[in-house]
Design a protein around this ligand. Sequence first.
Ligand SMILES: *Cc1c(COP(=O)(O)O)cnc(C)c1O
Length: 353
Amino acid sequence: MLNFYPGPSQVYPEVRDYLTLAYDEGMLSIPHRGERFVQMMRDLVGLMRTKLNIPQDYYIYFTSSATECWEILTQSLTPHKSLHLYNGAFGEKWYQYAKRLRPDSYGQSFGLEDVLDAPNLPVEDDTDLICVTQTETSNGTQVSMNTLLKLQNQFKDPLLAVDATSSMAGANLKFIRADIWFASVQKCFGLPSGMGVLVCSPRTIQRAKTLNDRKHYNSLLFLHEKMLNYQTAFTPNVLNLFLLKKVLEQRPIIKNIDQHLSQRAHDLYTFLDELTEVHLLVENPEVRSPTVIAVKGTDRWVQEAKRLATAQNITLGNGYGQWAKNTFRIANFPAISDAEYDVLRHFISSHYH
Ligand SMILES: *Cc1c(COP(=O)(O)O)cnc(C)c1O
């Protein structure tokens, strides 16, 4: 069974052994205030820094999901309002969640083919947070590190928050170009769903301290204070933390993963582009994501392609949001092997020319 669904996505094959190992080592019932947990967490945080290139002075926290991160950022860092820049379903959903808690939050959408126009954004006074979805999983677009730099230079006071759910651990993110980054482990991390990762700059934690939100079990300050001792505010997903540590131990550094995935994305886009019956949803190569590829056709063609794929034990990702019917998505994630993409290409070229 081949699975190209962009989340929950195929897990690393090694996860099978790590699950047994977690059981055999008694990890599944360790107390989260004990020595073994603290040691595991210390190792894990160190590995996150070295393997993902997270700066030494940035803080790392673990949450239940990326969705929870949206809420934490609103609760703990947004006394007034946030600005949401989006071109697809995930960015818009983040905006909707924020608006329910902070009704003054506002959004600015941009076109699928457009590079986010940083200099001309209508940033209002009292904007606490500027929110960007780095990889929009629903349509396979991305916001470049260069655009983040422009945003950072242009708007000094608001914190810059980046949803990197479908790129963290796949792309070489330049963490210093934003204050807040978060992801879920069921995308590029190649792990079972049910855990989020939150990365914050020193300035973010300064801001959290000034605002002093302590109203929620997952207030950022609670996460922070517990993490100073490598602990969590609530009983965490110890199994997933363990799996994350084991997987990271075996992985190359992110620079190498990024190079590999970029090359593979380039090959896939070139291959798809050359087929006359197949179209790419995103025509502008500058904004195409290397980790999520969206393929477009008529509703009928897409349905048929998915049906034929399923018959050959290949799972393609369904379209999402406004592109639900006329696209399918292909994850280009590290846990999927090159050989599996060869099978996919073979399947596509045997049906379409
Ligand atoms: C998958 C995804 C989410 C949601 O992740 P959960 O773990 O379900 O909370 C949020 N943002 C983006 C961009 C995603 O791809």
